[in-house]
Design a protein around this ligand. Structure first.
Ligand code: AMP
Ligand code: MG
Length: 703
């Protein structure tokens, strides 16, 4: 039985709060009922939580809803403990034993005494439990630290060896420890179990044939979704329970079934362990999806016939917005991704004043008149190994590059400029105060915005983020670009070509370009001039990609099925752009996914991709608007350019001048390969002779 109507997730706490202001370290309850997420509820102590859980169970039972409740502490101890403590291997016998022995009120509880008692009984007072949060109150048999501690049982449960970052249930105190939550939480669960006898089962120890199921959870599994949410602020524990409830509610049933299908009769298991990707996706999925593009986003203003290039670009820029979701990635995996949010420095760089050279440092104001001779303080400061102490006035100390300046000094003299003995240094007067030092934060101050949303992360960006204390970055998912070639005449390279057939040139080019831009690609192959086949390819593209690039069949002829199909959906726009080379560009939406219908001619296909599709794709990918970087060079050729259209010539630089390919024939693929960039000629007329300044756009400037 894996159908549940409601999912309640509880972040338990070892502490017990009496106030009413929500605190991070308290009990939080997240509830998703059907498709509705509710706001996390703050339960200030275990008494309040037990009451709230009882009420929730009542409500759901009365309404006939099946309820899963998750608790974030182990339901079982490592193998052998249940038998040793209770005489039977049943973990639920431990629950009952604890319920009988734990006393718990908001003011006080006996968890350390119970742990000490178990240690004396089962481990000669040296384990299995350790840690004591009461500074002045030693407990017989309960070691405060792990040193000297001996555990007669395994340190971890099998599932914990897989859950990196999880704590063992034996540790009762210290940041992150979970041991106290188990001791204090299991008695509460056992009381609920008795109160709703026959209606509650405990996973994975009992058959799940009841209306209420308790499962063990661990919010560490959805860390990346939680980090994403935390960027907006709020309490971490509250995000955890809210997102986990939502994730479980949204998981497809087979995925939930797979998570529940576990055999761990004694130790229990963490629900969802090994399925982290699915959980994180389900936790984040809807919040992180940007709105779809409007169906009429490619519509031209009425009466427009030939659109100047700049107007076409302005339209794309205004009408398109990012369509990709977000995730948080470890810094090391973020290169080439588009940053989804502004990021600020967690720490200054440098974090403290330090020395820029190897030498000796001192307080400038305490220098004697004339050429100084200063006594040396014993010891030194090196990078990562600071000097522990202050340097008295009139003294100096040895420092190595990168070392934090010790207290009491502000100036460093280069080692080459001093004469040094074991006990003294001497140097010429005249050094400037603060010489050879770097101030704290002189590069970046804590809180400064270091990288802005929309930036494609470079290796240097990763250095900056790392130096200023960041380990994860919020990034966009990669844009996924589907590529289709259309035309009955096309065959695959490597296969025989009959007369009249040609090898597909555009698909390899467009797929490679998309990859160079940093996008994921989906190759949808060659599609004949057949509407049904093209429709099927569009359907697949719309399902699996964020954007479809087609080439060929984009004009208004009989065999131009791309435009015909897009026309069917009513969301087609034929953009006649005043550009050469380039036939009309067919732009449309297919099931919510934008389609760029490029000309079939490879030269025109490349130019239109670089000039129009490239900036549009950057925008869809969250990278803002992308204008290629160009520069002015003297021409190495002669040409009379007519007014009316902007022209792009295949070009390259030789001897500091821009050469154009010998032929402007738009079928000449060899010219594309010859070229290293494009010359952009303005919309108006232009007489070009050798030496005339022209704009060169290197292909690398489009990346
Ligand atoms: P179309 O836009 O379909 O009329 O095609 C214009 C020209 O480009 C025709 O000569 C096509 O054969 C050619 N063409 C179309 N697609 C490709 C392709 N994928 N590779 C090479 N040439 C193509
Ligand atoms: Mg064709």
């Amino acid at each position: 039985m894996t159908r549940f109507d409601s999912f309640a997730m509880v972040d338990w706490s070892g502490g017990n709060d009496r106030g009413s202001a929500p605190k991070p370290d308290a009990i939080w309850l997240g509830l998703t009922r059907g498709a509705d997420d509710t706001s996390p509820v703050y339960l200030r102590n275990r008494g309040v939580a037990e009451h709230a859980l009882s009420a929730l169970i009542e409500t759901e039972l009365t309404a006939g809803r099946r309820l899963m409740i998750g608790f974030d502490f182990p339901f079982g101890y490592p193998a052998g403990f249940a038998q040793a403590l209770t005489g039977e291997p049943d973990p639920l016998a431990v629950w009952t034993w604890l319920e009988r022995h734990i006393e718990d009120t908001p003011k006080t509880n006996n968890r350390f005494d119970v742990a000490g008692r178990i240690n004396r009984q089962l481990g000669n007072g040296a384990g299995p439990f350790w840690g004591n949060a009461r500074p002045k109150h030693d407990i017989p048999g309960l070691p405060r630290r792990k040193q000297g501690y001996r555990n007669p049982f395994p340190d971890r449960r099998a599932c914990e060896t897989l859950a990196s970052g999880s704590f063992t249930c034996w540790q009762l105190a210290g940041a992150g420890a979970v041991g106290s939550q188990v001791l204090m939480g299991l008695p509460v669960l056992n009381r609920l179990r008795r109160r709703f006898a026959g209606q509650v089962s405990v996973w994975p120890f009992q058959p799940l044939d009841t209306s209420v199921v308790f499962v063990e959870i661990w919010p560490g599994l959805i860390n990346s979704a939680v980090k994403q949410a935390e960027v907006q602020g709020g309490i971490r524990d509250a995000h955890q329970v809210r997102l986990l409830a939502r994730a479980l509610a949204r998981l497809p049933r087979p995925a939930l079934r797979a998570m529940l299908d576990i055999t761990a009769p004694e130790e229990g298991w963490i629900m969802g362990l090994g399925h982290e990707d699915k959980l994180n996706r389900a936790a984040g999925a809807d919040r992180l999806q940007p709105p779809p593009l409007r169906d009429d986003c490619f519509a031209l203003p009425a009466g427009v016939d030939w659109t100047p290039v700049d107007d076409a670009l302005a339209l794309l820029r205004d009408r398109l917005h990012p369509v990709v979701g977000q995730e948080v990635l470890p810094l090391m995996q973020a290169q080439g991704r588009v940053l989804a949010e502004n990021v600020s420095a967690r720490r200054s760089n440098p974090p403290q004043p330090n020395t820029a050279v190897d030498g000796y440092c001192f307080a400038h104001a305490t220098l004697p008149p004339g050429d100084p001779v200063l006594p040396l303080v014993q010891g030194r400061a090196a990078a990562g190994v600071p000097f522990d102490g202050a340097v008295p006035p009139g003294h100096a100390i040895r420092v190595l590059t990168g070392a934090a300046l010790p207290d009491g000094v502000d100036t460093v003299i280069l080692q080459e400029d001093v004469t040094a003995s074991e006990t003294e240094i001497a140097f010429r007067s005249g050094i400037r105060p603060g010489a050879n030092t770097r101030n704290a934060g002189e590069d970046v101050a804590e809180g400064d915005t270091i990288l802005s949303a929309g930036r494609t992360l470079t290796p240097a960006d990763l250095a900056l983020a790392s130096a200023t204390g960041l380990s994860d970055l919020p990034v966009h998912h990669r844009l996924r670009v589907a590529v289709i070639s259309t035309g009955d005449e096309l065959v695959e390279p490597g296969t025989p070509a009959a007369p009249g057939q040609i090898f597909d040139a555009n698909r390899p080019m467009l797929l490679a370009l998309a990859r160079q831009f940093g996008f994921d690609t989906l190759d949808l192959g060659r599609i004949p001039d057949d509407r049904a086949a093209l429709r099927a390819a569009f359907d697949r593209g719309a399902q699996q990609a964020d954007l479809i690039l087609t080439s060929g069949g984009a004009s208004a002829g009989d065999e131009d099925h791309v435009s015909a199909l897009l026309n069917e959906t009513g969301a087609m726009a034929e953009w006649r752009i005043a550009v050469k080379p380039g036939r009309p560009l067919a732009l449309g939406m297919w099931a919510g996914t934008p389609v760029f219908g490029l000309p079939g001619n490879p030269v025109a296909a490349l130019v239109c991709t670089l000039i129009f599709a490239r900036p549009a794709m950057a925008r869809l990918a969250g990278a803002g608007w992308h204008s290629p970087q160009g520069f002015t060079l003297p021409a190495a050729f002669t040409k009379t350019k007519k007014p009316g259209r902007r022209e792009y010539l295949r070009a390259r630089i030789r001897d500091g001048r821009a050469e154009a390919f010998k032929s402007e024939g738009s079928g000449r693929i060899s010219g594309l390969s010859w070229a290293e960039g494009l010359i952009e000629l303005p919309d108006g007329p232009l007489e070009i002779t050798p030496g005339t300044p022209v704009t060169f756009l290197p292909f690398t400037g489009f990346l």
